[in-house]
Design a protein around this ligand. Structure first.
Ligand SMILES: [Zn+2]
Length: 242
């Protein structure tokens, strides 16, 4: 369900009172236009008509894309402590909702529970995950492609200072965008569909052991994979890797 509220906030630059729309929940099926604006970031943009200042609204948002089977909870917080607390609360609230639903409508509860659920801690992560879902891709394999590519890009183009890679889709074209430490766009390449398919074919996740699927998660998965692979090679030089 899409939820929309009106709020009054102060312009951070000139102090003007601004009426803004906030969207605690966006359902892509119900509100395709709001979903599109969430993916571009426009949904959170606050423009002050008086001084022209632009800022980003920052509040927690649940994004649901049922056709693409994804629920993404963005948790906004002021401090790391508050963030940890809120993450636990959102997780508990979801489980509570599933438990309640199971009492009245077990089928829906099972369906709801089966939709991959993610928690993200930045608006850019929310946007990226929503774009990945809309592209019909699995964010776990996209993160693995990005984690696999990052050291190679750094080696090949050290002068760019690439700090992170983001998935992006522009007019149907899937891209990987390179950002430096300041978040500035310093380059891009076509999405590496071949590596994506290789990960998707070779790696089956039975169930997600975490709802936080990002660069740190992907780095760990890759490290475990490489470890297994090199062990397998040592132990069985002529055998197949498991
Ligand atoms: Zn202003």
């Amino acid at each position: 369900m899409t939820l929309q509220k009106k709020m009054t906030v102060r312009c951070p630059k000139c102090g003007e009172a601004l009426d803004v729309e906030v969207w605690p929940s966006v359902n892509a099926e119900e509100s395709p236009e709001a979903a599109e604006r969430l993916r571009t970031g426009d949904l959170f943009l606050i423009r002050c008509p008086k001084c022209g200042n632009e800022s980003m609204g920052n509040y927690s948002v649940l994004y649901t894309d049922r056709p693409h089977r994804r629920m993404i909870q963005y948790v906004a917080a002021e401090t790391p402590e508050e963030e940890n607390q809120s993450v636990l609360e959102y997780r508990a609230a979801r489980l509570d909702m599933i438990a309640k639903l199971r009492e009245t409508d077990p089928e829906s509860a099972t369906e709801f529970e089966s939709i991959p659920y993610r928690i993200v801690l930045t608006l850019n992560d929310l946007r990226e995950k929503a774009i990945i879902a809309a592209s019909g891709l699995d964010d776990r394999y996209v993160e693995l492609v990005k984690a696999y590519m990052l050291p190679a890009v750094r080696d090949m183009r050290p002068e760019l200072g690439v700090a992170e890679i983001r998935f992006f889709e522009d007019e149907g074209k899937k891209l990987l965008v390179f950002l430096n430490g300041d978040g500035a766009d310093v380059g891009s390449c076509d999405f590496d569909q071949e590596s994506y398919d290789a990960f998707a074919d070779g790696l089956v996740f039975k169930a997600d052991d975490t709802d936080m699927i990002g660069p740190a998660w992907a780095k760990d998965v890759l490290a475990t994979l490489f470890e297994k692979f090199s062990k397998g090679k040592e132990e069985k030089p002529e055998g197949k890797a498991e």
